[in-house]
Design a protein. Structure first.
Length: 169
């Protein structure tokens, strides 16, 4: 039902701009437990139409009908652009334009360690310096990438270090 929800947000945007789209997103998230149980497109469209009528002042079923095809086209275009850019799934983590391969269940400590490494901040308690002065705290399956003087972080397995850029697969 994700496609129908994306289309509903586009319908709301066509109807009332950014504010209407944000209200539609709030309504969808407030009802996501129920939406997950819907198993037909017709039921989903009927539910979402009613949700928009309840949420957006002046919105009618006719507004859905008038906007739905354009909304589906906009949702498809948005998805294609996201897929082309490599951001077609969540969670997706990027730091300084470099994709970070990390679990969605990463802890604050995991993120702190990663971000401090990217920023070149070392924590004396758990960071050690290698013979060449690089930070040697990478897990065994990762390699340290010093992509700029005194700035680096751990590259995931299979990635290579690109000067002035960072890790790239």
């Amino acid at each position: 039902m994700a496609w129908e929800c994306a289309s509903a947000v586009q319908v709301a945007y066509i109807f009332g701009g950014d504010d209407a789209a944000y209200e539609a997103i709030d309504a969808i998230f407030a009802n996501q437990t129920y939406i997950e149980t819907i198993d037909s497109k017709t039921d989903a469209v009927n539910f979402l139409t009613q949700a928009l009528q309840d949420t957006l002042e002046g919105f009618t079923a006719a507004d859905w009908g008038e906007s739905y095809e354009a909304a589906e086209d906009a949702a498809l275009t948005s998805w294609k652009v996201s897929a082309f850019r490599g951001t077609d799934y969540l969670p997706k983590f990027m730091i300084n334009g470099v994709e970070v391969v990390m679990s969605a269940s990463a802890t604050v400590e995991d993120w702190t360690k990663l971000i401090n490494t990217v920023l070149g901040i070392s924590d004396d308690d758990d960071a050690t310096s290698g013979d060449d002065g690089t930070n040697a705290t990478c897990p065994d399956d990762q390699t340290y990438c010093e992509y700029a003087p005194a700035i680096g972080y751990c590259c995931p397995a299979g990635d290579m270090c690109v000067v002035n850029v960072g890790c790239r697969c």
